[in-house]
Design a protein around this ligand. Sequence first.
Ligand SMILES: NC(=O)c1ccc[n+]([C@@H]2O[C@H](COP(=O)([O-])OP(=O)(O)OC[C@H]3O[C@@H](n4cnc5c(N)ncnc54)[C@H](OP(=O)(O)O)[C@@H]3O)[C@@H](O)[C@H]2O)c1
Length: 305
Amino acid sequence: MRVLVTGATGFVGAAVVRALRDGGHDVAALVRDPARAGAAAAIGARLHRGDMLDPSSYAPLVADVDAVVHAAQLAVPGRLTATRSRRVFAADALMTSALADACLRHGRRLVYTGGCFDWGDHGERWVDETTPLTPSPMGVGHARQAAVLDRRHREEGLDVVRLSPGFVHGPGGLFATAFVDQARAGRLRCIGSGRNWWSCVHVDDLAAAYLAALEEAAPGSSYAVVDDEPLRLRELTDLTTDALGVRRVGTAPPALVGLFLGRTLVSSLTTSFRISGARIRSELGWAPARPRFRDAVAGTVAALA
Ligand SMILES: NC(=O)c1ccc[n+]([C@@H]2O[C@H](COP(=O)([O-])OP(=O)(O)OC[C@H]3O[C@@H](n4cnc5c(N)ncnc54)[C@H](OP(=O)(O)O)[C@@H]3O)[C@@H](O)[C@H]2O)c1
């Protein structure tokens, strides 16, 4: 396959590029700055400079590939305020719409990346692909695109597959910056009681799910991509500090953390998402190589060191 990957320098997108190249596929990598895309270039991806806000910089690329993976997310420096979130959602809407138009025009598959915040807070209840999306503040944009893409599949025949990853861990991304780096600097706190559930997935297992979605999924399907053992945020925090060999941390009130990180982010991090991954296992035969965060975290910490 020839696959266009947006966000190819990101935590998720870079893993997808690696998995595609390992699988012998041809990758067109959309990047903002080719000078910072050495890793993708080194494994043989073709680099294309583009910006989410400028569809003319990427829509024409769709003609020359068999499928598109959309894993870009607008970079907005600073606290995640409601205004900045709206910019992130608007960029996603623009890019998703332009990619969907181009995929329809050329008869290509679009694999869209949603996320665990799209379901909202479900307390102790399990959620899956049949649970209506009542998003947390950070999931609003993805939930909107999910509705649009499902409608365009039904009404226009768009070949779309939606993936909704749990919290993605591995050597990079938010796990590195928000957990490991903060713990090493003595700044990590468990936000709120930590009794809320987090479903997780290792970044390399997630990348394998994109390959399965590209190769095996039915048009219009959607899959949660999570490992086998949701954890409460408190336990995830403790497992991380234990793996780092540092003292377990105390809690911080969400309202206080919100002043530094932004209320939008904090009120999403404190929601409970206990997600079942049964559908992707049974329909696509995908299974995580790292089924439990608790067994993977030591390897991640070692890789980050
Ligand atoms: N990480 C998680 O735990 C998680 C969980 C569930 C869902 N997701 C979803 O997965 C997707 C990817 O997340 P991620 O963690 O991989 O994010 P990330 O590491 O921040 O990567 C974002 C990517 O988008 C690119 N980008 C930013 N602004 C751009 C612009 N104006 N034009 C073109 N590209 C731009 C970035 O390029 P630069 O390298 O140049 O900045 C980077 O390649 C998002 O939709 C996210 O909601 C993530």
